[in-house]
Design a protein around this ligand. Structure first.
Ligand SMILES: Cc1ncc(COP(=O)(O)O)c(C=O)c1O
Length: 373
């Protein structure tokens, strides 16, 4: 992309970020022992109505920690969508358990909850619910299945800060729920993640796993293997400033989504994100578009055309059942999930960062029209 290109994401760091960072430097509190870490943990717990927040280094680590804390391991199965980021499947595989996949709903792109029950076996221990691109997965049926079959619910709300499902915050549903604070999220810490839960034992396990499982009395004697997943006070300082403006960030995203949607109404070649479902309003974490059948090229070529026109994009997720690394482990042999396959091949997302301006949106829209010609 050349000069003046519109990046796919640019964060908004115009609140108290600079002031709080200066506070870290002035006080010398830069490690994970500093006070912003607890403030961010408490803030995310309050946002989701949970008792505990445990800050970690990123959303992928949060998932890994969650799966371990629940004691999921060899012989266990976890049901998750095939259309998601590798972090979800990786957390299951690294714990020695088996990921079991479900295709997406063609309209919301989240897991098709109608397919989940058929995939439950005597080995199933958990359902991993993933909220995708700004719409929540339909939680009520999943909660009911977890209750009926006595399964854990792991909620991946990595993209879902400030998103509501039937007026209840995403991140409030799982035995364990996780968030990411990567710079394209509604709350960023540069790199970072958060685990939230109501269960004091799970919270304690996650705290211990995050901190190498040091023991209180005998610090360097270990009964368990953990990781160093601690978030620094510098990162948390940025996160606290971001969280203060979450509502404003969500409103900006709503406006961005509404503007793109309105501008693309007359473009029949594109499937757009659903603005609402009967359980949620889209917060457009990113604005994905999927090429309809009539378009004679795939998303990869579409992205090249848009790049030439100065517009940054990212592909949509590539399904888990088509990941070479997982297939080589003998997983998902001959599985087909046509909706996710179509999304992977025909979809991309457009510039969607919080710093995106209306004139930039107009430029993107004009470029998309041109690229489809
Ligand atoms: C659904 C989902 N889960 C997990 C993650 C992983 O988060 P991180 O990038 O912080 O490791 C992401 C990242 O965007 C995500 O979209």
């Amino acid at each position: 992309m050349g000069e003046g290109a519109i990046p796919v994401n640019e964060p908004l760091l115009t609140g108290n970020e600079r002031r709080y960072l200066a506070e870290c430097i002035d006080t010398g509190w830069i490690s994970s022992e500093g006070p912003f870490v607890r403030r961010l943990e408490d803030g995310m717990a309050a946002l989701t109505g949970r008792r505990h927040g445990i800050a970690v280094t990123n959303g992928s680590a949060a998932l890994e920690c969650a799966v371990h804390a629940l004691g999921i391991g060899p012989g266990d199965e976890v049901i998750l969508p095939t259309f998601t980021i590798i972090s979800c499947a990786a957390a299951v595989v690294r714990a020695g358990a088996t990921p079991v996949l479900v295709d997406s709903d063609p309209s919301t792109w989240c897991m098709d909850v109608g397919q989940v029950e058929a995939r439950i076996t005597s080995r199933t221990r958990a359902i991993m619910a993933v909220h995708i691109y700004g719409l929540p997965v339909d939680m009520d049926p999943l909660v009911a299945l977890c209750e009926h079959y006595d399964l854990f619910l792991i909620e991946d709300a990595a993209e879902a800060h400030g998103l509501l499902y039937r007026r209840r915050p995403c991140g409030s549903f799982g035995q364990i729920s996780v968030f990411s604070f990567y710079p394209n999220k509604h709350v960023t810490t540069g790199e970072g993640g958060m685990i939230v839960t109501d269960d004091p034992d799970l919270a304690e396990k996650c705290r211990s796993l995050r901190n190498l499982c040091f023991q209180l009395g005998r610090r360097f004697v270990h009964e368990q293997l953990g990781w160093n997943l601690r978030m620094s006070n510098l990162q948390a300082a940025v996160g606290v400033a971001q969280l203060e403006r979450l509502q404003e960030h969500v409103e900006r995203k709503h406006r961005m989504g509404a503007r793109y949607t309105q501008e693309f109404q007359g473009v029949p070649s594109l499937q757009l994100p659903m603005p609402t479902t009967n359980y949620a309003e889209n917060v457009y974490w990113v604005f994905g578009v999927v090429l309809n059948k009539d378009v004679p090229f795939d998303a990869e070529h579409f992205a090249l055309r848009l790049a030439k026109l100065g517009v940054g994009t990212r592909p949509l997720f590539w399904p888990m059942h088509e990941q070479p690394v997982l297939q080589r482990m003998g997983l998902f042999r001959n599985e087909k999930h046509p909706v996710a396959e179509r999304l992977g091949r025909r979809g991309l997302y457009l510039p969607s960062g919080l710093a995106l301006t209306d004139p930039q949106i107009d430029t993107v829209v004009a470029a998309v029209r041109e690229a489809l010609r």
